[in-house]
Design a protein around this ligand. Structure first.
Ligand code: ZN
Length: 153
């Protein structure tokens, strides 16, 4: 189950971002996950429950946005969404298609909070969103294994 390793990477990036923003707590983590990554939402949730306690992300809500696979036909140029197994062009039946989306795996943003005692009068204004902390392949290990045969076969 590589969700555990994945979540460990996510939490360390989140920890870093929260630290830079001087946040004491992370209230929400939003991930974007392509369907071709074979990452399971529930397993991510369990991983957060297992790894979150004791970190700045303890008790944070996890929101996972799934991205359906999308390809472009290299013969006729048609763009279409499809499932994990059927990538043939629906217009011309060509097998040669180029994957455009479906392998995403990154932190879209996180929501943070500061300790109320830190600035008690403006605690509401101290909430913020940090955007687009993209993780590259080195952070996310073998998460892209499912989708290597995207070019012409
Ligand atoms: Zn086509």
């Amino acid at each position: 189950m590589h969700e555990l390793g994945l979540m460990a990477s996510v939490l360390s990036s989140v920890e870093e971002a929260a630290h830079e923003a001087k946040a004491t707590r992370v209230t929400c983590i939003r991930l974007v996950v392509g369907d071709l990554t074979e990452v399971v939402d529930d397993a991510l949730g369990f991983a957060l429950e297992a790894l979150g306690p004791g970190t700045v992300s303890e008790g944070a809500e996890l929101v996972v946005e799934r991205v359906a696979p999308r390809s472009r036909c290299t013969q006729c140029g048609h763009e279409f969404t499809h499932d994990r197994f059927h990538r043939t062009c629906p217009l011309c039946d060509a097998l040669a298609t180029e994957l455009l989306a479906g392998r995403e795996l990154y932190i879209k943003n996180i929501e943070i909070a500061h300790a109320p005692s830190f600035r008690s009068r403006q605690s509401k204004a101290d909430r913020g969103v940090l955007g687009d902390t993209h993780l590259d392949d080195t952070h996310l290990g073998d998460a892209h294994d499912g989708a290597r045969n995207t070019k012409a076969r």
